[in-house]
Design a protein around this ligand. Sequence first.
Ligand SMILES: [Zn+2]
Length: 235
Amino acid sequence: MTYRPKKIVEAWEYNKQWDEWARQGNWSPVGWRWVEGPKGYRLDQLSTANYLVIQRPHASVYHHSYGMTSRFFKGLIEKKLYGAKCPKCGAIYCPPRAHCWNPECRLQETEWVELPLRGEVHTFSVMAFSATPFLKTLPFIIAYVRVEGCCTTVPTRLMKINPWDVYPGLKVNINFVEHPKGDIMDIYCTPAETPDPSKRMMTQEQIERLKNDMQKVKEWVVRKFGSEAKPSIEI
Ligand SMILES: [Zn+2]
């Protein structure tokens, strides 16, 4: 059977400027610097030498198919949360799985079900460093949230709560960003109940230390990004 590309049913086309950006950034030198740097193999006996540093911008537009989990990511664009349900054992997966993990189900293909925008915190971490795309929003809370009815947890940002008020079992609402793009960062959580202070997992001393650490992270982010800094935790 020959493969024929499917027709486009619906699309949010990427801005064509990326094509031009990718085309032009084809490793061609666009500049250079003649710099002075260290020379030698013993750190206590270095001399100096001049080196040429070439600048070549590189870029690519990466087309990536989500395959059998596509419905989940299309759902995010539509501000709906989908899970994958096994018709044999009834397990619901979110994040989705195309096939059931239960060995007894022998890779049974799952079916899509729409999920409620509610869940509870399974575990969480307060982030003081991150991958490049999220640096501007440091510090933030990553919570692994079990969506109601599901047997797995999904990593999300947890907003509008102090880190010391978070604990496993805290009920949360799942929210969508204003302009979803079909990415897991399209969703974030906010508390669905007033946190119970008796379930607090940190001592007052630990809270003070955390506040101090978060303040330092916030100062670093503001220094690096200026007015673009958007710390997710208010200290
Ligand atoms: Zn199953």
